[in-house]
Design a protein around this ligand. Structure first.
Ligand code: BGC
Length: 333
């Protein structure tokens, strides 16, 4: 073969090989690009549903558990849960958050209906096509589809029955309630009163509100104890009330003889129960409320039938079952 034809053949085969490689790599790049576009679209696409859950106070272990339960559904379902609320109990701020959720046209709202002022706002959401579930505290007269939470009247009755049992039906009682305006506190008080009403040896002599603060609970309990020296027992219907009552009793040197019940196993409440300063705690199921509220909302949106009321358990923790409770639940809320 002549040298020039050999050079031609080499050049042509080099050209063909390069062309084949270019075509091959071009195709690979195309496939890769398509994959990237596809995965970027799936990775950053928004969850199917955006829900808002509005609670009473973020700075509280009870609500942290409600939020935790709701947020944990995100790993199981195609949802984004925006969990919010005022830092400390503040109904006006809570209502503003509700209004904002309506304006942002979310797919569903879960809200604690603290008092009757929440009813028109819930109805506004529903009339604008946003389904609403109430949590922890219900607004029966509103257009909400369902309620999930404690049967607050029954929880009050449970507390009343425990007090009857623990005091052998003999007690002069003071009540500290979170707020006279808040529906769940009204129900707890009513349930308690109804349970003890039939027992002759039990009399409720005073009731005051703590405005959901420990300081007010202490102040009110102190005044009640000084004005009614014969008080032998207290119930606090909000989680901080027990702490305030115990402080007041301590400053009057009365903690030894006083029977005290409180709501919610906060770490501080469990501590007082262990020391014998608290005698009983009414426990609710905040985590379950949060988790199930999202499942109910999803069922509603997927056209499944849902019930109107989902009551979660309320039970009593006393020193006698504290160890067992700790094994089952960890230390506290
Ligand atoms: C109540 C909640 C309240 C929380 C903190 C719980 O006992 O059920 O409604 O927000 O305490 O005050």
């Amino acid at each position: 073969m002549k040298r020039t034809s050999f050079q031609y053949i080499s050049l042509i085969s080099f050209f063909i090989t390069s062309l084949a490689f270019s075509v091959y790599f071009y195709q690979q790049v195309q496939i890769y690009d398509q994959k990237i576009v596809k995965s970027t679209v799936t990775d950053t696409s928004l969850p199917k549903y955006h829900f808002v859950l509005i609670g009473e106070e973020m700075n509280h272990d009870y609500w942290r558990l409600v939020g935790k339960g709701a947020k944990e559904t995100e790993s199981k379902y195609d949802v984004f849960v925006e969990y919010e609320g005022p830092k400390r109990s503040n109904p006006e701020e809570q209502l503003k958050l509700l209004d904002m959720a309506i304006k942002s046209k979310v797919d569903g709202i879960i809200v604690q209906a603290l008092n009757e002022e929440f009813t028109p706002m819930i109805n506004k959401a529903v009339s604008e096509g946003i389904p609403v579930i109430t949590i922890d505290t219900d607004s029966k007269e509103s257009l909400r589809t369902a309620y999930i939470g404690t049967d607050n009247y029954l929880a009050g009755q449970l507390a009343g029955k425990a007090l009857i049992e623990d005091t052998n039906g003999k007690a002069t009682v003071g009540i500290i309630t979170g707020s006279f305006e808040n529906t769940h506190h009204q129900l707890r008080v009513q349930g308690f009163r109804d349970a003890v009403a039939k027992v002759e040896g039990i009399e409720v002599v005073a009731i005051e509100e703590s405005n959901i603060t420990r300081v007010d609970a202490e102040e009110k309990a102190y005044t009640m104890l000084t004005e009614n020296e014969n008080i032998t027992a207290f119930i606090g219907t909000s989680s901080w009330d027990g702490l305030g009552i115990v402080e007041a009793a301590k400053s009057l040197n009365k903690q030894e003889d006083l029977y005290v019940m409180a709501f919610d196993p906060l770490a501080e409440n469990i501590d007082l129960l262990e020391k014998g300063d608290l005698d009983a705690i009414i426990e609710q199921q905040p985590y379950e409320m949060g988790y199930k509220s999202i499942e109910i909302m999803l069922d509603m949106l997927n056209g499944k039938s849902v019930r109107e009321i989902y009551h979660t358990d309320a039970s009593i923790i006393r020193n006698a079952n504290l160890d067992k409770w700790k094994v089952q639940n960890g230390d506290s809320l």
